[in-house]
Ligand binder design. Structure first.
Ligand SMILES: [Zn+2]
Length: 591
């Protein structure tokens, strides 16, 4: 479909940011002129000057964000439009200019004494910046001398080499074998692999699985060396910045305590029995003598598809999210009426779905809506992001409005869980019930169990290098195979392919990132349960979280919603939720 054929009501109202391209260009010129911070350098020990600088940083970065969001959205409407690719490149270079101009800020702030920083934190004029100032003060223990920082800065570009090299392997050099699927010869690209694994064609799954893994195995020595290099780099940086481990450094950056990580790993480990049961159930339902890892995404339930047009789907989402109260529902309606959402798939439009905030305007959502049940969840998910952004922008000053990755998937997942429970409660269709329970089980399995297994893997790999042990193909595959057995149990064949799975996970080049998916869904399951069982008081608490932006550390933000991740109970609750869902599923399936 061409974009010009789409009804206006199904196109996002990008004009809310800039009415025309000319306005964008005008703002670009003005913003460019305002990127000039030299007059502040060397004067930050004067609190008046510092305050003026912080306000100017806010003002300029707000303008930059608007320019960037507009360019980004225009580009995504039609990725072939050269004009907006150029806009995007122009904003990127402006961002670089901005950060180069401000290069003096961090080191100069880190050089201020504790007393001064403490006085700023206590100063009401600086209330928009108190959390940022607390972080600057905490980071002082990990700041190096100017000469050391310069050296590390000079080496900085080489640090990205490992991730870039893996990207080259994964996206350019990896052999792309062909298989027969749906009566056609197709290349097993990353995208096709996912589709094939979710299909009912077992022979194709087997062939794709073996060939896909053989591609990684053919490059395994290079991948091992690249990954080893990446871990060694992390160990170097954590030592250089005076941390006792890579994990400590990663958690410090996120302002999260180590107990959160430990709670996650131990709660999941202690509750793997229900995961083993689910894997054994899958084998029974699929009716296989032997189950392999190419069977693990095969669909279990047919006929449960709920195919709704966008209008009906949106109505379902509103019904499903009604436990969040009138204000939330009114905003969902407003978002649709005021055209925050770009609904239809059109030629050269960016694929997938996302939510993007635009401070001072409103959030936007990109969809490529097709009638299917998973897309109903996508609407709930993306609107969850959008309303989190909306409440944070509305209730926080600009400097504290942005929330971090650690909490970013909470609101979206709360919405998915609420919608799922609503759909389960309102239907008498047994097939749909089965489908929904299975959807929930797989959501928890892939976001909670699987990401925690990844977290254990990277923790062990980093610990090995920290202890002075090398990472070899044998010990990485051995480590992965051991974890895989412990997580999935013995109702599935642990063949020589799956022990190489670590070699194909791009996230491993962003160390200690994936555990945040697991903590996010854990928090969401707990919040959704509280909302459904306690009603208004729980909703009020949840709104305090949604309104919190990045005003403090993520664990404290979640405490506002009544979830304390420094305690093991929320993790145990999420695992119990999996077990309970599995029991219901087994009952319906007659197992
Ligand atoms: Zn999301």
């Amino acid at each position: 479909m061409e974009r010009s054929e789409v009804k206006a009501e199904y196109k996002w109202k990008i004009e809310d940011i800039f009415a025309t391209d000319e306005e964008w260009e005008q703002s670009f010129k003005e913003t460019q002129k305002s990127i000039n911070f030299a007059e502040f350098a060397g004067k930050l020990s004067d609190s008046g000057i510092l305050l003026k600088l912080l306000k100017k940083i806010d003002a300029v970065s707000r303008l930059l964000d608007r320019l960037g969001v507009y360019a980004n959205m225009r580009h995504d409407e039609d990725t072939s439009a050269a004009k907006y690719t150029a806009y995007y490149a122009k904003v990127s270079s402006l961002y670089s200019e901005f950060s180069t101009e401000l290069a003096f800020f961090e080191p100069e702030m880190a050089a201020q004494d504790d007393e001064y920083l403490q006085s700023l934190i206590a100063d009401s004029r600086f209330s928009d910046y108190d959390y940022e100032l607390k972080r600057i003060k905490a980071r002082k223990a990990h700041v190096l001398s100017e000469a050391e920082e310069r050296l590390i800065g000079m080496a900085g570009e080489t640090f990205d080499t490992f991730r870039e090299t893996f990207g080259m392997i994964d996206n350019a050099d990896l052999p792309q074998p062909e298989i027969t699927f749906g009566g056609e010869k197709i290349a097993v690209t990353h995208g096709a692999y996912g589709v094939i694994m979710r299909s009912e064609d077992r022979a194709a799954r087997k062939e794709a699985y073996e060939k896909y893994y053989n591609s990684y195995i053919s490059l395994i020595n290079t991948i091992t060396s690249t990954y080893h290099g990446n871990v060694k780099k992390n160990v170097f940086l954590s030592k250089a910045y005076k941390f006792s481990s890579c994990l400590e450094r990663a958690l410090f950056d996120e302002d999260v305590g180590e107990e959160v990580y430990n709670n996650l790993l131990s709660a999941v480990s202690e509750n793997l029995a229900s995961m083993h049961r689910y894997i054994a159930d899958r084998k029974k339902i699929l009716g296989y003598d032997k189950q392999y890892f190419y069977d693990i995404y095969a669909p279990l339930c047919k006929g449960g598809e709920l195919e709704l047009g966008f209008e009906e789907a949106y109505k379902k989402v509103i019904e499903g999210l009604s436990p969040l109260g009138d204000e939330y529902i009114a905003l969902l309606k407003r978002g649709k009426e005021e055209r925050w959402i770009d609904v239809e798939e059109t030629r050269s439009k960016r694929s997938g779905a996302y939510s993007i905030g635009c401070n001072g305007v409103h959030p936007f959502v990109l969809l490529n809506y097709k009638p299917s049940i998973t897309e109903v969840f996508t609407i709930a998910h993306e609107m969850g992001h959008s309303l989190h952004t909306y409440f944070s922008d509305k209730n926080q000053p600009y400097a504290k409005s942005g929330y971090t990755i650690f909490v970013a998937e909470v609101a979206s997942t709360v919405n998915e869980v609420l919608l799922l429970k609503y759909l389960l409660s309102e239907t008498d269709d047994v097939n749909l019930k089965k489908y929904l329970l299975n959807y929930y089980l797989d959501m928890i399995r892939t976001t909670l169990h699987r990401q925690t297994m990844f977290a254990e893997f990277e923790y062990e790999a980093h610990s090995m290098v920290e202890r002075g042990e090398p990472l070899t193909r044998e010990n990485l595959c051995g480590l992965y195979a051991g974890l895989n057995k412990r997580y999935y149990g013995d109702a599935i064949e642990h063949d020589g392919y799956i022990s190489h799975e670590w070699a194909r996970i791009p996230h491993f080049y962003r160390a200690f990132y994936v555990y945040k998916y697991a903590t996010g869904i854990t928090a969401a399951i707990n919040i959704a349960e509280r909302i459904l069982s306690e009603g208004k008081p729980a909703v009020d608490d949840y709104f305090r979280f949604l309104s919190g932006g990045g005003s403090t550390d993520p664990v404290s933000l979640l405490k506002l919603a009544g979830v304390d991740l420094s305690d093991k109970r929320p993790f145990a609750f999420a695992m119990a939720e999996f077990d309970k869902t599995l029991t219901e599923f087994e009952k319906l399936m007659g197992i």
